[in-house]
Design a protein around this ligand. Structure first.
Ligand SMILES: *Cc1c(COP(=O)(O)O)cnc(C)c1O
Length: 411
């Protein structure tokens, strides 16, 4: 054996090629080989482009972040291992003990838990307010308020935040505003262009779009804020794996097409559901019967997004029959997949709330949230019709509860 076995153990360079790869190569390397100490110095000091160690950043992480920066108009952005890592990174970047946060009271469930259960432990106080009420939001700001967090369209009621009033109040009082743009996506709303300081995404959802990767993103309007978020992510170890970034980048290539198809399907589904006798109310921001329709139009134009919620007449038994009858529509706790998925907030995302508190915001046992996919509408619309009919027909529930105040408009 004359071969040098070191080249088998450590192959350090890709084979030479006069051509370049058309797609982004997957780069799973944890560490990068620098020519000498000066070269490493230049990278650490920001004078030279390059990578050092996977947790500090890697090519797939950078390629994807730059695409999201461009979509959101961010000065800089950082990818992390999940949407919750992204929410947490903004908290860690901005807050210290003694500070106060104002946040919407209908945020993603885990965001609410992070605010309610973890921040107070670190000496940060939190006020949760109805983000559809701009005056109430402004009134909750205190001298020690450092950060506000809102979602433009709330899960699962699809209520629309009073973004102009919230932006104005944060600007006037010097409060940093972070917007979780997961539901709206940059197709419907671009928070940084409107004056927000941070935009947050669960890339897991429609941006990656195939329910096979968990990722989060924070984009910042100011370069120094982006650098701060980067340091938090690297120091707290929130950096995602190369393959996840590679998958998400591949998904992102079809984001526009998927968004348009899913939105068109959602609008058609909302109208179809509203015409069914078994459906008590439909919530879709682009429909005139949505309680925040005018605000939704001002913020997002005529586009209503890809989420539809509706309330079946009746309680848990009707919801169960509907879910079982919709046998090709997965009842699964995610959203933004290529396939349509169903969720039942009373038993999942909102199970921690009392039934009375749930009903107060319109989430009954018959409440179903739909993440509409890109299927042929000729397949999914009839399936919804049949499942709603099957849910009511098998054994009618007693008379429905009266519509809760502040809930949803009747169709
Ligand atoms: C899913 C979701 C999150 C959390 O994202 P993960 O990737 O699941 O950690 C945060 N905000 C919103 C609005 C979400 O839908």
């Amino acid at each position: 054996m004359t071969s040098d076995h070191r080249s088998v153990v450590r192959r350090s360079a890709p084979p030479e090629s006069a051509t370049r790869p058309l797609g982004t190569p997957l780069s799973p390397a944890v560490a990068y080989w620098a020519p000498d100490a000066d070269a490493l110095d230049a990278i650490y000091e920001g004078g030279a482009a390059g990578f050092t160690y996977g947790r500090e950043g890697h090519p797939n992480w950078q390629v994807l972040a730059e695409k999201l920066d461009w979509m959101e108009g961010a000065a800089g952005g950082v990818l992390m291992g999940s949407g919750m890592a992204a929410v947490g990174a903004v908290f860690l970047a901005v807050l210290k003990a003694g500070d106060h946060v104002v946040a919407g009271d209908q945020l993603y469930g885990r965001s609410l838990r992070l605010l309610n259960e973890e921040l107070p432990r670190m000496g940060v106080s939190v006020s949760l307010v109805d983000a559809t009420d701009g005056a109430a939001f402004a009134a909750a700001i205190r001298p020690e308020t450092r950060l506000a967090l809102v979602e433009v369209v709330a899960n699962p009621t699809l209520r629309v935040a009073d973004m102009p009033a919230i932006l104005a109040a944060c600007r006037a009082r010097g409060v940093a505003l972070a917007v979780d743009n997961t539901f709206t996506t940059p197709r419907l709303y671009r928070p940084l262009a409107e004056g927000a300081d941070y935009v947050i995404h669960s890339v897991t959802k429609l941006l990656a779009g195939h329910a096979d990767v968990t990722l989060g993103y924070v984009g910042a309007r100011a370069p120094e804020a982006a650098r701060r978020v980067y340091d938090i992510s690297a120091s707290w170890g929130l950096t995602p794996a190369p393959f996840d970034c590679w998958l998400a980048e591949r998904g992102l290539h079809t984001f526009d097409l998927r968004f348009e198809r899913a939105q068109a399907n959602a609008a058609a589904l909302a109208d179809r559901l509203a015409a069914l006798p078994g459906v008590e109310a439909v919530l879709y921001p682009a429909r005139p019967d949505h309680p925040d329709h005018n605000r939704a139009r001002a913020i997002c134009g005529d586009e209503g997004g890809y989420m539809v919620s509706f309330r079946l007449r009746g309680g848990r038994a009707v919801a169960n029959r509907f879910l079982r009858a919709a046998e090709h529509l997965p009842f699964a706790p995610t959203l933004g997949d290529v396939a349509t998925t169903l969720s039942h907030p009373a038993s999942s995302s909102h199970r921690g709330m009392s039934p009375a508190a749930r009903e107060a915001i319109g989430i009954t046992e018959g409440f179903i949230r739909v993440s509409v996919g890109i299927e042929d509408p000729g397949l999914i619309l009839p399936e919804f019709e049949a499942a709603v009919a099957a849910a009511g027909a098998a054994a009618p529930d007693p008379a429905p509860a009266p519509a809760p105040a502040g809930g949803m408009a009747a169709p």
